[in-house]
Design a protein around this ligand. Structure first.
Ligand code: ATP
Ligand code: MG
Length: 391
């Protein structure tokens, strides 16, 4: 879902310039209000991410009422004025105006201000958290979990931003499962590591209705060779700056790239099923996670396609793994396949299904852990663990 801005007439300069700045930060064309009173009234019934007002001639009372509404909604306010009168600026800042710009706003200053505000969207100055979805075995439902968890998190945290990254290099499934025709994908980021910044990464994401911003993988198999651990770590670090949650669909191969993603993640969800081959593979992954130095609280096991006819019970599964089963997702072929065929999330396909509730429940367990932890350098950690470099 695009962000929404409300501009009080005559406060932000030419409309096309304002819109071209806002568009870079994921805003839809701005809506306008005649004056601050109308803007305040709109905020009572409508949600906006940003309001731009002209400060000159606005009374303290008007600012205070606007402040009440913007605080309630978590809306940011940019104030503009013809002169940088320090009294006026101070009064505005005290009434909840977040940024001040000279009128007419210079596009560079304007985008700087929007950038600062959007970085604060999910948490004042803190980095969001990344959740890596991993399974060593294919077909157990990793991509389904990544996709549906993203939409559930976006719904539960409308105040934050949500990024969904396809790290399955050279042909991941998210593009198909969300029926995307993206303008950009991972191939637009590889080989540009020196030029990457949070704004550039964000501007290459594809917004999907439901508030999820997707970075699809490249369709070209050769792109896989170009995507190295350093690039993965850099991209994820930038995404975490902007997004309350960054959900990563990891590839099954445990290579340097995958380790970089798991390292960058605040939480790793190991998707498995209650059958012997899947549990064996999860057991090996848990051992590897331990050797990678991840604490038990970072790595959680999620059982997918759970049903009473499973050959192994939940309790036995937990015993085999030596770990509590963090969450179980029911088996539901009809809903899962239906959503996939329509290219939408399960919640959009059938919001009342147990499967949709279950993904929502999983999202509820992902407390918005906001960390300031710096990622460890990922390059060749695997090489050290195994005494050789694996690709
Ligand atoms: N809870 C579920 N109930 C029923 N079917 C499911 C469930 N979760 C996933 N599936 C189905 O299982 C199949 C594989 O799912 P998905 O692509 O998410 O797995 P994956 O682990 O990412 O596989 P891949 O190895 O291709 O990456 C899909 O057809 C999907 O619809
Ligand atoms: Mg997959």
């Amino acid at each position: 879902m695009a962000r929404r801005a409300l501009i009080v007439s005559g406060s932000a300069g030419p409309q096309d310039i304002a819109n071209s700045v806002l568009q870079r930060f994921g805003f839809a064309p701005a809506e306008s209000a005649l004056n601050i009173a109308e803007a305040t009234a709109r905020l009572r019934t409508d949600k906006f991410d940003l309001v731009i007002i002209a400060l000159q001639g606005v009374s303290a009372m008007e600012l205070a009422t606007l402040d009440r509404e913007t605080r309630r909604q978590g809306t940011f306010v940019i104030g503009t004025a013809m002169q940088s009168d320090s009294d006026l600026i101070l009064r505005a800042m005290r009434s909840g105006v977040n940024e001040f710009l000279l009128y007419p706003p210079d596009p560079k200053d304007f985008s700087g201000a929007v950038d600062r505000l959007m970085r604060r969207t999910h948490a004042e100055g803190k980095s969001g958290s990344a959740i890596a979805i991993y399974s060593a075995k294919g077909g157990v439902g990793g991509t389904s979990v990544a996709l549906n968890l993203s939409f559930a998190l976006a719904r539960a945290h409308p105040e934050g931003n949500l990024a969904l990254v396809d790290l399955v290099a050279g042909g991941g499934d998210l593009r198909v499962m969300l029926d995307l025709k993206p303008q950009y994908d991972m191939s637009d980021l590889v080989g540009k590591i020196d030029r990457l910044d949070a704004e550039l990464v964000r501007s290459l994401l594809t917004p999907v209705s439901g508030g999820v911003w997707v970075l699809p993988s490249s369709e070209h198999p050769e792109a896989a060779d170009l995507l190295d651990a350093g690039t993965v770590a850099t991209i994820l670090a930038h995404l975490k700056q902007y997004h309350a949650f960054t959900v990563i669909d990891c590839e099954h191969a445990m290579n340097d790239r995958t380790v970089a993603a798991l390292d960058a993640a605040d939480r790793v969800i190991l998707v498995t099923q209650l059958n012997v081959p899947a549990l064996r593979s999860t057991q090996r992954t848990l051992a590897l996670c331990q050797r990678l130095g991840y604490g038990d609280e970072k790595v959680q096991v999620v059982v997918n396609r759970h049903q009473s006819s499973d050959t192994v019970s939940l309790a036995d599964g937990a015993e085999v793994l030596g770990r509590e089963i963090f969450f179980k997702i029911p088996n539901d072929d009809r809903t899962s396949a239906g959503a996939l065929t329509r290219g939408v999330s399960v919640a959009e396909f059938d919001p009342q299904s147990h499967l949709a509730w279950s993904y929502e429940g999983l999202a509820g367990r992902m407390n918005g852990g906001l960390s300031e932890k710096a990622g460890t350098p990922p390059t060749s950690r695997l090489g050290k663990l195994f005494g050789r470099r694996r690709k």
